[in-house]
Design a protein around this ligand. Structure first.
Ligand SMILES: Nc1ncnc2c1ncn2[C@@H]1O[C@H](COP(=O)(O)OP(=O)(O)OP(=O)(O)O)[C@@H](O)[C@H]1O
Length: 348
């Protein structure tokens, strides 16, 4: 278990500000934040490369705050692998065991296990500069895991890989974690990566840990407008929650939508663009909210199409390219936007 108590660090103009966090045994914890948020500073402080100004770091019940990095038994993998260029893969992986002076036999067994786990037997005699990015990252992981660290810290381990290799490696990280069960902190700015890998996610912004939760909780219940934007919500508007009879609605001036929120009063309301259905005709469905608008913009986004509907407020909707064709979408067209009460996310 990793416990951070009120961890703070000044570096130039940057402040890592009172971080409190517990990562459970065997947990895969992802720290997600925009560039410059302090993710690397936090990870390097846990690893002992920076001494905190305030606060404590506990690993498995031991206060390691003033211990040097080598005494913390932490495995660290960097985004750009940082393998020793003059050593073959075999010696890169064995490096941590050699400085611990393990017997030849123990090293051989540990190497065999790691090589099988990471599927890198065919790479053992090669030098790092002959390996692809994905292969180098496998070797870096093997080198970090071979010492059986108490904690594995991963600093954007996928960011230097191309998108298909990145996806493949995400699946590998999951598989390896299921086998090794090492308590892991992985930092990234990629929300999708966090969704795929994390047991829990912490969102860091400007040196502060702003929200911690399971990926779906962050996805559906962001605590602030900034976090909502960061997790892909687009239709964010100020509103007031009001009760009419037994049911609650968000009032946006000329528009009123049913919500299941427990909050009251002045709020922000957000709807994910992929939670809205566009239709030519109004139709009865379990979706309880509908609003009529005029298509004011159409633009491709990834494999989807982003449609902006002017409904008094600009509503962004994501549709498939096929749906666009079927509806013969065009600028100026009048359409209905339909979405469920559960799609209306409310936060202060
Ligand atoms: N040694 C240092 N001295 C002064 N400022 C530093 C130092 N190291 C980092 N910083 C500053 O601290 C802030 C946080 O940096 P950090 O590398 O932790 O961000 P990050 O969230 O990892 O960003 P990225 O995703 O771009 O890597 C940045 O503004 C950076 O310039």
């Amino acid at each position: 278990m990793i416990r951070l108590n009120d961890l703070s660090k000044h570096l130039g103009d940057f402040i890592l500000d009172g971080i409190n966090l517990t990562v459970q045994d065997n947990e895969y914890f992802v720290i997600l934040g925009p560039t410059g948020a302090g993710k690397t500073v936090l990870l390097e402080t846990i690893a002992g490369m920076y001494q905190p100004d305030k606060g404590e770091i506990w690993i498995n019940g031991c206060n390691v705050t003033s211990k040097c990095p080598e005494e913390r038994n932490i495995g660290f993998v960097y985004q750009d692998y940082l393998l020793f260029p003059h050593l073959r893969v075999r010696d890169n992986i064995l490096f941590g065991l050699k400085i611990r002076r393990l017997s030849q036999r123990a090293m051989k067994t540990a190497l065999e296990q790691m090589v099988a786990l990471l599927k890198i037997e065919h790479l053992l005699e090669r030098y790092p500069d002959t390996l692809s990015g994905g292969e180098q990252q496998r070797v870096a992981l093997a080198r970090a895991l071979i010492t059986s660290p108490q904690v594995l810290l991963l600093d954007e381990p996928l960011s230097a890989l191309d998108p298909p290799t990145r996806e493949e490696f995400q699946a590998e990280l999951k598989r390896i974690h299921q086998y090794a069960r090492t308590t892991t902190i992985h930092i990234t700015h990629d929300f999708d990566e966090a969704m795929v890998l994390a047991d829990r996610v912490g969102i860091i912004r400007s040196g502060k840990l702003e929200q911690v939760g399971r990926p779906l909780d962050l996805f559906h219940k962001p605590r602030s407008r900034e976090i909502a934007r960061f997790v892909g919500m687009e239709n964010i508007f100020p509103a007031v929650v009001r009760k009419y009879g037994q049911e609650k609605y968000v009032d946006l001036g000329s528009l009123r939508w049913r919500t299941l929120s427990e909050l009251d009063g002045e709020v922000q309301v957000a709807i994910r663009p992929e939670d809205i259905i566009l239709a030519r005709e109004d139709f009865t469905s379990s979706a309880q909210n509908r609003v009529r608008g005029i298509v004011s913009a159409i633009s491709p986004r990834g494999g989807m199409v982003k449609v902006t509907l002017d409904a008094g407020i600009p509503l962004v909707v994501l549709v498939t390219a096929r749906a666009r064709e079927e509806m013969e979408l065009e600028l100026g067209q009048e359409l209905w936007a339909i979405f469920k009460a559960t799609a209306v996310h409310v936060f202060k």
